[in-house]
Design a protein around this ligand. Structure first.
Ligand code: SAH
Length: 245
């Protein structure tokens, strides 16, 4: 009993301590992100992040979404490898894209490129439901496990090719694409509601990519605004994009 009591005494303060360290690191990361937003305002036109976006980033435990061996780096304002040659985006980019989406609590959002599930977790705090598609099965499964374990009950993960979107749940109030296509897939444009926005990095893998905001006007016309140059992993061509013989 004495040994048991001793173990409890050291293990609870130990984990509390780690949680506090993560929280401190997360606050420092957010301060850096906000500074970067201010530094890049001449490109983006954004003076400051929406307060709700700041709160959502502050609430998302990024250390749970990176590989365990990289947890100590989870709150650096950097992209990090998540396996299969893919990355979890830089927190500044996650915050910026979330801000640009302009979401609210009544919205249903589609994400293409689940990756670690981190961007979906940030969005989940802001909207009614997040549908997210990942083409690499092992990543999609891991992201789903993480999201379920952490109690995110308004995120649905699907393994598949995001090129064709998710017809059953369309049209969407907002679409976020976190891998770079050379051209915006037409099915995604079709699955946007009138008045809705898509935030998407567009451009070749090793060439110039631009983070764009597309908006579907009442007339059906799509307006495009270039926000800033970015570097995303490529939007992979799945079976749905291969021309059949
Ligand atoms: N949003 C992620 C980061 C994603 S990295 C996060 O928060 O961690 C981009 C992801 O897009 C990769 O996991 C990649 O496998 C995926 N991807 C690339 N092409 C895709 C496609 N056609 N359909 C669905 N996912 C795709």
């Amino acid at each position: 009993m004495a040994v048991y009591g001793f173990l409890v005494l050291i293990s609870i303060p130990g984990s509390l301590c780690a949680q506090q360290e993560y929280e401190t690191a997360r606050r420092e990361m957010l301060a850096e992100v906000e500074e970067m937003v201010a530094d890049t305002r001449s490109y983006t036109g954004i003076e400051a992040l929406d307060k709700k976006v700041v709160q959502a980033v502050a609430a998302a435990p990024r250390h749970e979404f990176v590989p365990p061996s990289l947890r100590a780096l989870a709150y650096l304002n950097n992209a990090l490898p998540i396996g299969e040659g893919q990355t979890i985006s830089q927190p500044y980019i996650v915050a910026l894209m979330t801000h640009l989406l302009g979401v609210d609590e009544n919205m249903t959002v589609l994400e293409i490129g689940t990756g670690s599930g981190y961007q979906a977790a940030v969005l989940a705090a802001l909207v009614r439901h997040v549908y997210t598609i990942e083409i690499i099965e092992s990543l999609g499964k891991r992201a789903e496990d993480t999201l379920v374990r952490l109690g995110y009950d308004n995120v649905t993960v699907k393994i598949g090719d995001g090129y064709i979107g998710w017809e059953e749940h369309a049209p969407f109030d907002a679409i976020i694409v976190t891998a770079a296509p050379e051209e915006v897939p037409q099915p995604l444009i079709d699955q946007l509601k009138t008045g809705a926005r898509m935030v998407v990095p567009v451009g070749p893998q090793h060439g110039y990519q631009s983070l764009q905001v597309l908006e579907k006007q009442q007339t059906g016309e799509i307006t495009v605004t270039d926000i800033l140059p970015v570097g995303f992993v490529p939007f992979v061509k799945g079976d749905s994009q291969k021309i059949s013989p």
